[in-house]
Design a protein around this ligand. Structure first.
Ligand SMILES: *Cc1c(COP(=O)(O)O)cnc(C)c1O
Length: 330
């Protein structure tokens, strides 16, 4: 695998904490542990930081002066790409896809507020369903015509290079599980643009970890999401030259998506409140809230065996809570 051959910037000095959630475990009747990637480096953390360690290193190696990327109006990925650009002395231009019409408001709180604060160069809003690559390419063409050197990062940083961030995380989890002497029976996480899910599967396979991964969808139906994850799994395994996990190892459940991407559900609201009130852990309304709703729902419907140890991957996102205050007010 030789991961060390890839250029990498380091945005976090140490492995993220992996700890037990005793009060939540008692409440649910299964043992729940948490991997705190919400406590990772760059502005307010989250999973995109790990992908950006490889993507930004590649941008710098290519002599780029501007990062261009795309996301939803409350995109954590856009905030963290912007923060990485600031740290590296690069410019950053964003394309925002309004998956929900009229949802971008430059004066909104949460990540929208942070885009301005961290110093985004430009924000182009395109309608939901627009060709996002096209939108990034035409922005890049403008920059090139001004003598600039843009580097394009796909939505969520989810390509084989970005997925390496979660191949690294898989190794970290395997080491921590050994150090803590806890053999996890499942790892649960939110599955979105797929880089996190795919990287984790490839990394766990390469380590012969034998821990099944449960993806919980935040937008797509199960079959579509599993196909997307498996595609990136194959590309990432090829890119690294490691054996490819079997298709049967890709699970992406769609029972907790609700009405659609970023739209609240009662189960998400309950999950966010449970984690906050039992453990002082802040989830987010779009990804980890729905993933935790899945974990809680599975525990309640008896999907886990007694004594099972579940590791919940906290992928960040809490800054978006501030754009959803009315959703949580009682
Ligand atoms: C982007 C994101 C995810 C999903 O990760 P993907 O790699 O896009 O599947 C999960 N949680 C949070 C908080 C995110 O911002």
């Amino acid at each position: 695998m030789r991961l060390a051959r890839f250029p990498r910037r380091r945005y976090t000095p140490a492995p993220t904490p992996l700890e037990k959630l005793p009060r939540l475990s008692a409440h649910l009747g299964v043992e729940v542990w948490i991997k705190r990637d919400d406590l990772i480096g760059l502005a307010m953390g989250g999973n995109k930081t790990r992908k950006l360690e490889f993507l930004v290193a590649d941008a710098l190696a290519q002599g780029a002066d501007t990062l261009v990327t795309v996301g939803a109006p409350q995109s954590n990925h856009c905030r963290l790409t912007l923060a990485a650009a600031a740290k590296e002395g690069l410019k950053c231009c964003l394309v925002l896809e309004e998956r929900v019409r009229g949802s971008y408001d430059r004066n909104a709180s949460g990540n929208n507020f942070l885009f301005g604060l961290i110093g985004v160069e430009s924000v182009n809003v395109v309608p939901g369903g627009a060709d996002l690559n096209d939108a990034m390419m035409s922005l890049a063409d403008d920059l090139i015509s001004q003598g600039r050197k843009p580097y394009l990062i796909p939505g969520g940083g989810s390509n084989p290079l970005g997925a390496l961030g979660y191949v690294v995380c898989a190794g970290e989890i395997v080491q921590q599980s050994l150090d803590l002497h806890v053999a996890f029976d499942h790892i649960a996480l939110a599955s979105g643009s797929t880089g996190t899910h795919a990287g984790l599967l490839v990394g766990l396979e390469a380590a012969h970890a034998g821990v099944p991964v449960i993806g919980i969808n935040v937008s797509r139906p199960r079959a579509a999401q599993e196909a997307n994850v498996f595609k990136l799994v194959s590309e990432t395994a090829d890119f690294l030259g490691v054996p490819q996990p079997e298709r049967s190892k890709v699970t992406a459940l769609d029972d907790w998506v609700g009405p659609g991407y970023s739209l609240p559900t009662p189960e998400m609201i309950e999950a966010v409140k449970l984690f906050a009130r039992l453990e002082g852990v802040l989830l987010d309304p779009v990804y980890t809230g729905k993933a935790a709703a899945g974990l809680i729902g599975m525990a309640r419907r008896g999907d886990f065996k007694s004594g099972d140890k579940i590791l919940f991957l906290h992928t960040g996102g809490a800054p978006a809570l501030f754009a959803y205050q009315s959703t949580f007010r009682e």
